[in-house]
Design a protein around this ligand. Structure first.
Ligand code: UT7
Length: 349
């Protein structure tokens, strides 16, 4: 069967590493609390001159090369981001221009689920024949919208970008399936309250710190544990698969306890679960493509493997995908990944 697949994958993370020890100097927290409650030990922080589009471009270049293509082959750009460079133009247009791509470009905003929404759209465009090679980017500079005095949020997130190229692949044994969901009634539990048309920027909104991420952590935690389990089960059923068919499970990296809960309930063997939250924290729409790239680099993805991805976040939204890994490209693609041995402790923000 010919079906949409991931032809290439790439990532970029900023050089600067912020460890839990660095955060201990900023807010009343501890490495012990952050690591035991979330699984996070470090995250990357963008340099002053880096933006979602500039990081997205670097991840996209890596993915296009990984796919064995050039920007001329790409005919649509979709960027998932909750931290666009500007309210408009869309970050996707900036990525399209920087790469010299000829084709349409638009952003998707579904919180940390943006990448899953963008992937399902890309897959549909390829299935319909409307586009051949769709570049899907997830890129975030969350450090710019975090309240660095709020220990309940600032320890959780990090900056980074990931990208994939979605194209038609041959010899698929099943067509990719997606489940998308939204419950807007939960919007206030994870939001940036000001800066949009409902509450435009004013001296008051700035003074009240309303341009930063606000989250009711335990509420979102309960929502996340429920939807990860439910939507993974639903997408497996839609694809005619069972948990035993999963070669690699790639969940959004928000909290290792959310992942553990779902994995146990779904009976997915721990060695089939990809985790890198310890090094990057929650990079929102970038977390799944970053994980895909690292899984490929570590040789954990072989042609024909069944991968299941699941995202959840602001909206509230969720989305799961069951995709056959068909990328046929060598795994030695150069990326801007910094190895652990190169970790340098960050200095104050
Ligand atoms: O990707 C988007 C989706 N986002 C998520 O999935 C996040 C979901 N939520 C979570 O992951 C968890 O709720 C958190 C990690 C955010 C919080 O963990 P928790 O176990 O739910 O903690 P909590 O909010 O119930 O707080 C427990 C305690 C509180 O102290 P008291 O009231 O018990 O004295 C907090 O004030 O931990 C305190 N606390 C901290 N202590 C040290 C909260 N943040 C910190 C901190 N360091 N950074």
């Amino acid at each position: 069967m010919i079906a949409p697949t991931i032809r290439g994958v790439g990532m970029y993370v900023p050089e600067r590493v912020m460890t839990n020890a660095d955060l201990e100097r900023l807010v009343d927290t501890s490495d012990e609390w952050i690591a035991s409650r979330t699984g996070i030990r470090a995250r990357r922080i963008a340099a002053d001159d880096e933006t979602s589009s500039s990081m997205g471009v670097r991840a996209a270049r890596c993915a296009i090369e990984n796919a064995g293509l050039t920007p001329d082959d790409i005919d649509l750009v979709i960027v998932g981001t909750a931290t666009p460079d500007y309210p408009f133009p869309a970050t996707a247009c900036l990525v399209q221009d920087a790469l010299g791509i000829r084709g349409g470009a638009f952003d998707v905003e579904a919180g940390c689920t943006s990448f899953m929404y963008a992937m399902s759209a890309a897959s549909s465009f390829v299935t319909s024949g409307m586009h051949s090679n769709v570049l899907v980017v997830g890129s975030e500079v969350l450090s710019r919208i975090l309240d660095w005095t709020d220990r309940s949020t600032c320890v959780l997130f990090g900056d980074g970008a990931g990208a994939v190229v979605v194209s038609a692949g041959e010899h698929a044994s099943f067509a990719p399936q997606f489940i998308l969901g939204s419950d807007g009634s939960g919007g206030p539990s994870l939001c940036v309250p000001a800066g949009g048309s409902a509450r435009p920027a004013s001296d008051q909104t700035v003074a009240d710190r309303m341009h930063f991420v606000k989250m009711a952590g335990p509420e979102v935690f309960r929502f996340a544990t429920r939807v990860v389990e439910e939507s993974t089960g639903q997408v497996l059923e839609k694809a005619g698969l069972t948990p035993g068919d999963i070669d690699l499970f790639i969940p959004h990296q928000a909290n290792v306890r959310i992942i553990d809960h779902a994995v146990k309930r779904l009976h997915i063997p721990p060695d089939r679960v990809f985790l890198n939250i310890d090094r990057y924290g929650n990079t929102s729409s970038a977390s799944i493509p970053i994980a895909l790239f690292e899984a490929q680099q570590q040789g954990r993805l072989r042609p024909g493997d069944t991968i299941v991805t699941v995202g959840f976040g602001a909206g509230l939204t969720w989305g799961a995908g069951a995709i056959q890994w068909m990328a046929n490209i060598a795994s030695e693609t150069e990326s801007d990944v910094i190895t652990d041995s190169e970790l340098v402790s960050a200095t104050g923000i």
